[in-house]
Design a protein around this ligand. Structure first.
Ligand code: M6R
Length: 366
C-alpha cells in the first residue's frame, strides 16, 4: 500500500507531480486557454463583483492561505484577509459587502475551520471550500467546492495536499482576475502555460532527493532551525519550519526575512542553521542583505533558490538550486526540497514519520 516506499509521507511527496496534474486536469482546456468556473458554484458575474476575500484555515492549509493572499492581491487586485480558523471563529468579523469566504481544508473535517465556515454562512457571506476529501463536511456545507485531486493523504504531515491547494488557489486567482477583466488574453494564457509546466518541474525538483539526504546527514543533530523568506517565499518558510518541527521534533521557526532583525537574529551564533528560501524576483536583493547579516554571525546558511546569482551562492554554506518557473509557482517547487529535508532529518532521528507524537491527521475537536 506504500507502493514500495518506506513511509506514506515519502510516497505522498513523490506523488506530487501526479497529484498536481490531476488537480489541473479538467480545469484548463487542452489548448491551455480557459479555466472552468462552473464547479465553484459562483457565477462569472458574481465573481467579477467580489470586493474582498477571506481565506481561513489551520496549520499547513493556513500557509496555503498566505500564498493565496499574495497571488490574489497581485494578480486579481482584490484585497484578501487571511486568518487562522481558531481565531477567526471567535472574532465576530464584520464582513464587508460582496465578500467571498474561502475555507481551505484537506480533510474537510477540521473543527475550527468548519466553525469559521458556518459563521461566514450565517453572516450571509458566499462561501467556498477548497477541499481534498470528497463528500466531507466542509464540501457539503459550503456554497461551492473546489476539489484538490491529490488523492488520499495518509501521512499526518501534509505534503501533496498543500501543493495542490496552491494550484487550486492559482486557478481561482486566474478565474477572478479574468472575471474582473484584469488579464489580457496573452498574459492569461502565459499564466496557464506556466501552470501546465508544473507537474514536470515538480518531477525535476524530486530529483534533488539524494542531495537533500546528504544535507540531512549534516544537520540532523542540530537543535534549532530558522527558515526565512520574503514575499511568496515567506509562507513557504513557515511551511518548511512546520514540516520539520512536526515530524522531527526539532525546534524550527519560520519568519519573514525582514522581521529577522526584530528578534530572531538574537538566536544566531556559529553553526546555527538558517534556511533561506529565495525566488529570483523583486525580493532577491533584499533577502541577500539578510543573508549577509546571518553570515556575519557565522550562521550556517542553507539556500533553496532558482537564482544562480554569484553572490547568493557565495553567501550560502549549502546551495540547493531548484529549477523555477515563476515566483507564484515556485512556492510549489521550493516546498518539495523542504518536505524532503524534514523527512530525511526525521528518519535519521528515528522518528515515527507518518504518525508523529501528539498529532492526529484531522483535528475534529477545537
Ligand atoms: O485537514 P485540514 O487541512 O483542515 O488540516 C489542517 C491542519 O490540521 C493540517 O494542515 C496540519 O497542520 C498538518 N499536520 C500539517 O502537516
Amino acid at each position: 500500500e506504500k507502493g514500495g516506499y518506506k513511509h506514506f509521507m515519502l510516497k505522498e511527496i513523490h506523488e506530487q507531480p501526479r497529484a498536481i496534474a490531476d488537480t489541473i486536469r479538467g480545469r484548463v482546456l487542452p489548448d491551455g486557454s480557459e479555466v472552468v468556473y462552473k464547479e465553484l458554484g459562483i457565477r462569472f458575474e458574481e465573481l467579477a463583483l467580489t470586493r474582498k476575500i477571506y481565506l481561513v484555515a489551520c496549520g499547513t492549509s493556513y500557509h496555503a492561505c498566505l500564498i493565496g493572499k499574495y497571488m490574489i492581491e497581485n494578480i486579481a487586485k482584490t484585497p484578501v484577509e487571511t486568518d487562522i480558523a481558531s481565531e477567526f471563529r471567535y472574532r465576530n468579523v464584520p464582513f464587508e459587502q460582496d465578500s467571498l469566504f474561502i475555507a481551505i481544508t484537506q480533510s474537510g473535517e477540521t473543527a475550527d475551520t468548519l466553525a469559521a465556515l458556518r459563521f461566514a454562512k450565517k453572516s450571509g457571506v458566499k462561501t467556498l471550500a477548497i477541499c481534498n476529501v470528497v463528500g466531507s463536511t466542509a464540501s457539503r456545507e459550503a456554497d461551492g467546492v473546489f476539489y484538490t485531486h491529490s488523492g488520499p493523504e495518509i501521512g499526518v504531515a501534509s505534503t501533496k495536499a498543500f501543493t495542490t491547494q496552491i494550484v487550486a488557489l492559482y486557478l481561482l486567482t486566474l478565474a477572478l482576475a479574468k472575471a474582473k477583466g484584469l488579464l489580457v488574453e496573452q498574459s492569461y494564457i502565459s499564466f496557464l502555460r506556466n501552470l501546465l509546466m508544473l507537474p514536470r518541474m515538480a518531477e525535476e525538483a524530486l530529483k534533488l532527493e539524494n542531495r537533500i539526504q546528504q544535507l540531512a546527514k549534516e544537520v540532523y543533530r542540530k537543535p534549532n532551525f530558522l527558515y526565512l523568506g520574503r514575499g511568496l517565499c515567506y509562507p513557504v518558510a513557515l511551511e518548511g519550519a512546520l514540516k520539520l518541527k512536526e515530524i522531527s521534533y526539532i525546534h524550527a521557526e519560520g519568519y519573514a526575512a525582514g522581521e529577522m532583525k526584530h528578534g530572531p537574529i538574537a538566536l544566531v551564533e556559529e553553526g546555527f542553521p538558517v534556511v533561506f528560501i529565495v525566488s529570483d524576483d523583486f525580493y532577491l536583493d533584499k533577502t541577500l542583505s539578510n543573508m549577509e547579516e546571518i553570515k556575519a554571525r557565522d550562521g550556517f546558511i542553507i539556500t533553496i533558490s532558482d537564482s544562480k546569482k554569484e553572490k547568493l551562492k557565495k553567501l550560502s554554506d549549502r546551495f540547493i538550486y531548484v529549477e523555477g518557473i515563476h515566483t507564484y509557482l515556485n512556492t510549489v517547487l521550493f516546498s518539495i526540497p523542504l518536505q524532503l529535508l524534514a523527512y530525511h532529518v526525521a528518519v535519521l532521528r528515528g522518528c515515527d514519520v507518518d504518525q508523529p507524537r501528539n498529532l492526529a491527521k484531522s483535528v475534529t475537536v477545537e
